[in-house]
Design a protein around this ligand. Structure first.
Ligand code: PGA
Length: 240
């Protein structure tokens, strides 16, 4: 794994944007796995800025989002569908037909996950952008998830519900399930760029660096042949 340690969140975002833009210039029809949460917001701002300055063209880029709450409607401002359009897709020239996000309102979540898994297999993800939860989860693969896990419906952990409920006006309205791309599927991406900022991510980053441990699912990414980890000083504070 390649670790790039930078000073702070802004530098992490700039570094990630520059790597991604470079990859898009080499392959304009790049298939990108996008994630949500606080971590990639700075990256998305940088991508929008570069697009407005004509430094990057998303017209052939394909996107596959990592996860979605279940059940949730696309129009719900807490859905990851809403997040992606609001924070990135509405501001760049990506084609709507090239955007793939779970339908968090599907009547048949298992079928939705099977179809999503197939879609990813057919396209194969060139670069997965990924954050990590305080508890080490990637996507919504919570602690205890299997290395070979596929795309599926999962129950959110108490810790994730507690952390994420702050985004909901009524914290009791947070869905207790989610649809997530599995760890085995994430590992199938050709390249992975992991971002982490802040002291509350330091334990998960330490584990990723030192050992494979199902208590921190992020540590399974150690197995990947092309993993770049971009962390700020605080997230890297427990590394020797
Ligand atoms: P965060 O979430 O970026 O909001 O810290 C990351 C995650 O839960 O994967």
């Amino acid at each position: 794994m390649k670790i790039i340690q930078v000073e702070n969140y802004n530098q992490m975002s700039k570094e990630a944007a520059s790597l991604l833009i470079d990859e898009i210039s080499k392959n304009p029809s790049l298939a990108i796995g996008f994630c949500t949460g606080g971590t990639p917001l700075g990256l998305y701002k940088e991508l929008i800025k570069s697009y407005k300055n004509k430094k990057v063209d998303f017209s052939m880029v394909k996107s596959f989002n990592l996860d979605e709450y279940y059940p949730i409607k696309k129009s719900n401002t807490n859905s990851f569908y809403y997040y992606m359009f609001h924070n990135l897709f509405n501001h760049i020239n990506i084609k709507k037909t090239n955007i793939h996000i779970f339908n968090g309102d599907s009547k048949n979540p298992d079928r939705e996950c099977l179809d999503y898994e197939k879609k990813i297999k057919r396209n194969s993800i060139d670069i997965q952008i990924i954050g990590v939860g305080v508890n080490g989860h990637i996507g919504f693969n919570e602690p205890g998830s299997f290395f070979a896990s596929k795309t599926r419906k999962v129950k959110l952990s108490k810790q994730t519900l507690k952390i994420n409920s702050k985004y909901f006006k009524n914290s009791k309205k947070i869905p207790t399930y989610a649809l997530t791309v599995g760890i085995g599927t994430i590992i199938g991406a050709k390249k992975i760029i992991l971002l982490a900022s802040g002291k509350n991510k330091a334990a998960a980053i330490k584990c990723l660096y030192e050992r494979e441990d199902p208590c921190f699912p992020v540590s399974f990414l150690r197995k990947h042949k092309d993993l770049t980890v971009i962390i700020d000083k605080k997230a890297g504070s427990l590394l020797k």
